[in-house]
Design a protein around this ligand. Structure first.
Ligand SMILES: [Zn+2]
Ligand SMILES: [Zn+2]
Length: 214
């Protein structure tokens, strides 16, 4: 096989390898039995407060540590060039995941993939945190039967993504087919405590009592 084809194949395999780890970590560690396990607490804090993301230095450290283990193993197993390409594909896909996840929360969708990614991820946040674990791809949710098809994603008003709502807190018409606002916009100590408790227990947030106490 030509070297560049083998390199491309190795990089693709590395990227696919990351998507599997993304699924496994998200399902079994971040939403696993223990809320205190490394990564689980930070991730559930993100569920409780959707604009909270674990600090970049923690992610960079995790990426460095993974590369430190993966790279020598891949080189020993497959040789220098394929090992390097596999590791580059793996770590590159991880970095892409970080960017895509953050952008799903902070920026509106611009195409069919962005639309799918957001619908799937916010169904995971607001309908059932134990399903819809894939952030970059639906592939592993299909393989392991954890898909979360939701016709219209209910978004608690107080947790609405900034791109979803206008200055009055109402949903932009362009997104009304995919999302609906539910519950109260009120955010105080009580709701924050309830959101944290729900997130730590792998439950979706209680939307609250609705428009009456907005
Ligand atoms: Zn998220
Ligand atoms: Zn999650």
């Amino acid at each position: 096989m030509q070297v560049w084809i083998a390199s491309l194949f190795a990089a693709g395999l590395g990227a696919l390898g990351w998507t599997l780890l993304e699924y496994v970590l998200h399902r079994f560690v971040f939403h696993g039995a223990s809320a205190t396990r490394l990564g689980a607490k930070e991730h559930r804090k993100h569920h409780a407060k959707v604009d909270y993301f674990a600090p970049w230095w923690q992610k960079a450290l995790a990426a460095l540590a993974t590369t430190g283990v993966l790279l020598p193993l891949a080189i020993v197993a497959t040789g220098v060039t394929p090992g390097l390409c596999f590791s580059a594909g793996f770590v590159g896909m991880y970095l892409l995941y970080e960017v895509l996840h953050r952008r799903a929360h902070t920026r509106p969708p611009t195409g069919p993939y962005g639309r799918w990614r957001r619908r799937n991820h916010f169904a995971h946040h607001f309908v059932d945190p134990r399903r819809g674990q894939g952030v970059t791809t639906p592939f592993w949710d299909r393989v392991f039967s954890t898909r979360l098809p939701v016709a219209r994603v209910p978004v608690p008003r107080r947790l609405a993504m900034p791109w979803l709502v206008d200055a009055d807190g109402e949903i932009w018409p362009a997104y009304a087919d995919d999302y609906e606002l539910v519950g109260s916009a009120r955010s105080d100590d009580r709701t924050r405590r309830a959101d944290t408790e729900a997130a730590m227990a792998n439950q979706s947030p209680d939307p609250g009592t609705g428009a009456a106490d907005r």
